[in-house]
Design a binder for this molecule. Structure first.
Ligand code: 0YR
Ligand code: MG
Length: 375
C-alpha cells in the first residue's frame, strides 16, 4: 500500500445558536483544517484538527501538511504509521521550527488520517484495531449547554433539556467578567449552584475556566466549589502554568482537569510528575495524533489517572480511542460537526453508541465538504 496524493481542506462549521463564549474565546464557527490521504489501493484516509475557524492560521496548517509533510509521505506505506510519526516529528529542519503549535496540529491531522487508513485496511473500526471491546460502556458528558454567554434561565433550561435526553453529566463554563472587566466569581458560583440544583442526585457537574483566572481568583473560587460536589475544575489558570496548577491541586478539594492545550508527551509527563493534574484531557488533534495520544494515555494510566479526551476532534477519533483505552470511561460531547460525518458519534441514554464502520470515524460526507469548505 502506497501513499499517492495528499488533498487538504478547510471546513468552517457553525456552532450552536449562532455563537458561544468561554472565558477566553467567542466563536461563531468551529474550524477543521485537514487532509485526505489517497493511496494506490483506492482507500482514502481522513484526518483533521480543531480550530476557531481563523482562515489565516487554518491555511498555515494545511500548507504545512502539503509543503512540509507531503514530500515525506508520498510513496510510503501508510500502515507504518508509528515509523512515519518519527519521520515527520524528527525531520531535522521541521524539528527546528516546531515541536508544538502549527506543525504539531498539522502532524495531528496527518497521523489521524494514517490511522484511519490502517484501520480501513484492516477492515475494522479503529477501536477494535487498538484492542477495544464493543461491550465498552462510555459515558457522555455535555458541554454545549453551559457557555458563559448563556443567561441563568438558558443555563437551567439547557440542563433540563440534557437530562431529558438522558445525560447524567454536564459541564459549565466559569471565568465570568463584570462590566469593568474584572473577574466575577460571584456570577460563576451562582450559576454553579443553579445547575447543581437542577441536576438529580448523583449527576456529575464539571466546571471549565479555559485558563481564564489568575491564581488568587482560582484559589478563592476553587475553595467555594467544594460545596457543590464538582467532579473537576478544568484549566483554572494559564495553560502552561505548571507550578500554579500544582499549587491548586494541593490546595483545593476539587480535582484539577487539564490537557486540551498541551501539545506534547513531554508536557504531560511534567504536569503528571508534579501532581498538577487529576483528570488528563489529552487531545489527539493537538498532540500529534493517535500515536502520541496513546503514549499520553499509557503514561496517565501508569499513574492511575483517568483520561477524559477533549473534544477538539468533535468526538470522532476520540470516541474510537476512548472505547479502546482502559483509562477512559467518560468523553465530552459537543455536536457542532455532527452532520459532517458518514457515521457521526451518537449518544443514547447518556452513553456513546459503539461505531461499526472500518476506520477512525473521520470520513467526511461529500455534501459537508461542499457546504462548509472555505475557499
Ligand atoms: C471554545 N472544552 C472546551 C471551545 C472547548 C472550548 O473555546 O473550544 O470552550 O473546546 O474547553 O472543554
Ligand atoms: Mg475545556
Amino acid at each position: 500500500m502506497k501513499i499517492t496524493a495528499l488533498e487538504t481542506f478547510v471546513l468552517h462549521v457553525p456552532v450552536s445558536a449562532g455563537g458561544i463564549a468561554d472565558s477566553r474565546h467567542q466563536l461563531s464557527h468551529w474550524g477543521a483544517p485537514g487532509v485526505r490521504i489517497h493511496t494506490d489501493t483506492g482507500l482514502v484516509g481522513t484526518g483533521y484538527t480543531g480550530t476557531h475557524a481563523h482562515l489565516p492560521s487554518d491555511r498555515m496548517i494545511t500548507s504545512c501538511i502539503e509543503a512540509a509533510y507531503g514530500p515525506l509521505l508520498l510513496g510510503r506505506d501508510p500502515r507504518s504509521v508509528q515509523a512515519l510519526w518519527t519521520t515527520l516529528q524528527r525531520h531535522p529542519p521541521l524539528q527546528w521550527v516546531g515541536r508544538a503549535g502549527i506543525t504539531h496540529l498539522a502532524h495531528a491531522a496527518v497521523d489521524v488520517a494514517l490511522w484511519d487508513l490502517k484501520a480501513q485496511a484492516a477492515g475494522e473500526p479503529l477501536w477494535r484495531l487498538l484492542g477495544g471491546s464493543d461491550e465498552a460502556r462510555l459515558e457522555a458528558y455535555d458541554t454545549d449547554g453551559g457557555w458563559l454567554d448563556r443567561s441563568d434561565e438558558q443555563l437551567v433550561a439547557e440542563t433540563e433539556a440534557r437530562l431529558a435526553q438522558g445525560y447524567r453529566a454536564v459541564k459549565l463554563k466559569v471565568g465570568s467578567r463584570d462590566e469593568r472587566g474584572g473577574f466575577d466569581p460571584a456570577r460563576d458560583l451562582r450559576r454553579v449552584a443553579l445547575v447543581r440544583q437542577a441536576l438529580p442526585e448523583g449527576a456529575r457537574l464539571m466546571v471549565d475556566a479555559n485558563g481564564g483566572w489568575d491564581l488568587a481568583t482560582a484559589l478563592e473560587a476553587g475553595r467555594e466549589l467544594a460545596a457543590f460536589d464538582v467532579t473537576w475544575l478544568e484549566e483554572p489558570i494559564w495553560y502552561d502554568d505548571l507550578p500554579g496548577h500544582a499549587r491548586l491541586a494541593r490546595a483545593l478539594a476539587t480535582p484539577i482537569a487539564l490537557g486540551e492545550q498541551l501539545y506534547t508527551l513531554d508536557a504531560f509527563r511534567d504536569f503528571i510528575a508534579a501532581g498538577a493534574v487529576h483528570y488528563v484531557q489529552a487531545d489527539a488533534v493537538r498532540l500529534a495524533g493517535v500515536s502520541e495520544w496513546w503514549r499520553v494515555a499509557e503514561l496517565a494510566h501508569a499513574h492511575h489517572l483517568p483520561v477524559v479526551p477533549h473534544i477538539g476532534d468533535m468526538m470522532q477519533v476520540h470516541l474510537q480511542l476512548a472505547l479502546a483505552h482502559p483509562a477512559c470511561t467518560l468523553l465530552e460531547h459537543i455536536p457542532w460537526m455532527r452532520d459532517c460525518f458518514e457515521e457521526p458519534a451518537t449518544v443514547a441514554e447518556g452513553r456513546f453508541v459503539v461505531p461499526q464502520r472500518p476506520g477512525a470515524g473521520t470520513a467526511l460526507r461529500d455534501d459537508a465538504l461542499e457546504r462548509y469548505h472555505v475557499a
